[in-house]
Design a protein. Structure first.
Length: 417
């Protein structure tokens, strides 16, 4: 009886563990400005190829003058970001954990910090299997003390991906939604056996993860698979990204109301947000919700850019049915307490405060009704089918006998009406 009870507990724990969905998370309040990116392709999706020696650069700040030592490892995930059944020795060539080797103190900044950088992968750790990956960073010798996690992708290029984006075909949605058609074509003799089960196609709008979805297969044409004409292919179009620039802490730019230095901290107050849900569409260039770090004093951006408390003001009455969030790369594309607007009864509007590093930022304001996970554009941003959204398409394949999803194709397309 005791053995049966223990076995039941172990099975329950394993089930819970297997269902955990990995995401971009920062667990330490001292860690800021985490980026994992291709240095040769700014604002691109972090993708490397199988057995690639390098390709991505991890960077982050810790808000302290004391240098600490961090280690990192990789977690192989399935297409839905649950952990796969692979063991580290099956997908890591080299050390399962390694130290982050490059760091330096900030230069002439009010907020002191240590900046860390590391090439991923490298001679110490290479990836032998394609798929979704989590980069897990923790304090040296304390693997349970995770500081942050970052998603990235390792690809084995076995499928071509063609993407068409258009106004939604449904007449009632044409003015406010966009529709995507995806065509997956076999390369190098890959056969699409049982594609309904073995092939998965995921679509991401800009960097959002809350409305990311898998597309159902419409038609198999032998070496070509067609994903189209389903409700899952239709996305709310949203609006052009908002932006603000505080590369300078001395000169106000557009959308910045004023700057202060109070209590030993830099303060940046933005102008009141414009509620655009009933306004006509106005195009201007954006960077699809990303941000970049810059300063105007000539110092190296990574080390010489300071931090400031940035205040956002949203002039809307209090809502008892949902919450508002400033969403973009600056929030890790998440909706959490760190980027949630709170209603200020004295000001009669919503206010958000975020600690950000000097630079140029894109974001949107999403409204999320209570008890839902997907944010909505319609309450603040409005929906316009002309919006230049970027759609990222990921193709996964589970070969016969495999216990993991391989990542075999990718395409990124920006809608141009």
């Amino acid at each position: 009886m005791k053995k049966f009870f223990l076995l039941s507990i172990l099975l329950s724990v394993n089930t819970i563990y297997a269902q955990f969905v990995w995401s971009d998370m920062i667990y330490s309040p001292l860690v800021k400005t985490v980026k994992l990116e291709n240095p040769d392709a700014e604002f691109s999706i972090p993708i490397v190829n199988v057995n690639q020696s390098e390709g991505l650069v991890l960077s982050f700040d810790e808000l302290t003058e004391q240098t600490n030592r961090f280690e990192y490892t990789f977690v192989h995930c399935n297409s839905d970001w649950t952990q796969s059944e692979l063991q580290p020795y099956e997908y890591i060539d080299g050390f399962e954990t390694a130290l982050i080797e490059n760091y330096a103190n900030s230069i002439n900044t009010i907020q002191r910090y240590v900046h860390y950088e590391q090439k991923i992968p490298n001679s110490n750790t290479r990836l032998m299997k394609s798929g979704n990956y989590i980069l897990k960073v923790f304090r040296e010798g304390e693997p349970e003390n995770v500081v942050f996690t970052r998603r990235f992708y390792c690809m084995d290029d076995m499928a071509g991906v063609s993407v068409n984006v258009m106004q939604a075909r449904e007449p009632s949605l044409r003015d406010n939604s966009q529709e995507i058609d995806v065509f997956v074509i076999s390369k190098d003799g890959l056969t699409f056996n049982n594609p309904q089960t073995n092939i998965k196609v995921a679509v991401q709008q800009n960097g959002r993860t809350d409305n990311m979805r898998f597309l159902p297969l419409k038609e198999s044409r032998g070496v070509e698979l067609v994903y189209s004409y389903f409700p899952q292919n239709v996305f709310e179009a949203g609006n052009v990204f908002r932006n603000f620039d505080f590369t300078s802490l001395r000169t106000r730019s557009s959308y910045v109301e004023n700057m202060d230095f109070l209590g030993g901290e830099n303060i940046v107050r933005l102008k009141k947000e414009i509620v655009k849900d009933k306004s006509p569409y106005v195009f201007y260039g954006d960077i699809d919700g990303a941000y970049y770090i810059r300063n105007d004093v000539g110092e190296t951006p990574a080390l010489g850019s300071d931090y400031a408390w940035v205040y956002f003001y949203l002039p809307l009455p209090i809502s008892l049915e949902g919450s508002y969030y400033a969403v973009g790369e600056m929030s890790d594309w998440r909706m959490s307490e760190l980027n949630k607007f709170n209603f200020d009864s004295d000001l009669g509007m919503y206010v958000l405060r975020m600690l950000l590093k000097q630079g140029y930022y894109n974001y949107q304001i999403l409204y999320r009704p209570h008890n839902t996970v997907v944010g909505q554009y319609r309450s603040v941003e409005g929906n316009h089918s002309e919006t230049n959204n970027r759609y990222n398409v990921f193709v996964y394949y589970r070969n016969l006998g495999d216990n993991y999803d391989s990542f075999i194709g990718f395409s990124s397309v920006t809608y141009q009406p």
